[in-house]
Design a protein around this ligand. Structure first.
Ligand SMILES: Nc1ncnc2c1ncn2[C@@H]1O[C@H](COP(=O)(O)OP(=O)(O)OP(=O)(O)O)[C@@H](O)[C@H]1O
Length: 303
């Protein structure tokens, strides 16, 4: 058995002339919650479409649970759960009937305890019609159905998009309370860093269809630092220094976000004429945003 839940090798996907996945090589180990992050258009949904067999790769390899994603059998598909922001379900059905249908379809693997546990969290009643549920309740029902299937791989593609703060929290709590990540691999795609910070064991950053980073979120925060410098006169061009991701003038000070620099960076800033310079840690939100903004600016410069 392959040790990876997702294993791609130089995977490319073109939509006509548009390159969505650019020689993506990604080895995602089994188990845990993996947060996928990337700017709009980074290729996250395209990757999931290839993995689920909805799109054929233009070149390269994509394997999911050890199998070629272009040749997934219905049995293999049944081992993969997918939830996206649309929470598409038959609106005319009652929750009770939809539940029965899914219990029947996934009889061998159905986990009733987990289903009830998640659904309880959202106060959804069996006699309610799916179309009458609020957006948050529909997201909860969708999560309950997906988790009850006991998928080996569960892909959650921006599942909380459009939900209010309370519903978002309920969704995350439900995901965590089931401990589903103990025996499944969960891919959680979101633009919300507070969500990522709460749930992720592993952070995967995609940029323009390629892998830019994969490791723990805490490790990422350690590698991104904020240096705050005070220049007595006009600030020099600090972009000439190594590893600079972002430069912002804030209240007379120059905020410099850098990647993979050690304490000698402060000495370099001083050499440029700074009167004072301090290093400060950064939260995941700002660290990831600076990283992505730099990549975006780089792409614009290259174009
Ligand atoms: N059906 C399509 N036809 C043509 N181009 C497409 C199609 N779907 C996606 N693309 C392009 O492929 C690239 C990757 O898009 P994709 O939707 O995978 O990104 P994403 O990371 O999921 O973005 P977002 O965070 O906005 O959902 C984008 O440049 C997009 O314009």
């Amino acid at each position: 058995m392959n040790d990876y839940a997702i294993d791609t090798d130089k995977l490319c996907l073109y939509y006509k002339r548009k390159l969505a996945l650019d020689h993506l090589t990604l080895k995602l180990p089994r188990g845990g919650i993996h947060a996928f992050v990337g700017a709009n258009g980074a290729g996250k949904s395209s990757l999931f479409r290839v993995l689920l067999g909805f799109e054929a790769a233009s070149s390269g390899q994509a394997r999911v649970l050890g199998h070629d994603s272009a040749q997934l059998t219905p049995a293999l598909r049944g081992r993969i759960g997918f939830v996206n922001e649309e929470h598409t379900m038959p609106t005319w059905m009652r929750v009770r009937d939809l539940t029965r249908m899914q219990q029947h379809q996934y009889a061998a693997q159905w986990n009733q305890g987990r289903y009830d546990e998640v659904l309880r969290h959202f106060n959804v009643l069996p006699e309610q019609q799916v179309g009458q549920l609020s957006r948050g309740e529909r997201a909860g029902l969708n999560l309950a159905l997906a988790l009850a299937q006991s998928p080996e791989l569960l892909i959650l593609d921006e599942p909380t998009l459009g939900l209010d703060v309370v519903a978002k929290r309920a969704f995350l709590e439900a995901l965590l309370l089931t401990n589903a990540a103990d025996d499944s691999t969960i891919v959680y795609c979101s633009h919300q860093m507070d969500e990522i910070e709460r749930v992720a064991d592993n952070l995967v950053i995609l940029e323009r269809g390629a892998l830019r980073y994969m490791n723990g979120p805490a490790d990422f925060c350690e590698r991104v630092q904020l240096w705050v410098a005070e220049f007595p006169f006009k600030a020099p061009d600090v972009w000439q220094l190594p590893g600079v991701l972002q430069v912002q003038p804030i209240e007379g000070l120059t905020h410099i976000v850098v990647f993979d620099q050690d304490d000698t960076f402060g000495a370099r800033v001083k050499l440029l004429g700074a009167r004072t310079v301090h290093c400060m840690p950064l939260g995941l939100d700002r660290a990831v945003n600076a990283f992505l903004a730099h990549g975006h600016a780089g792409a614009r410069r290259a174009a």
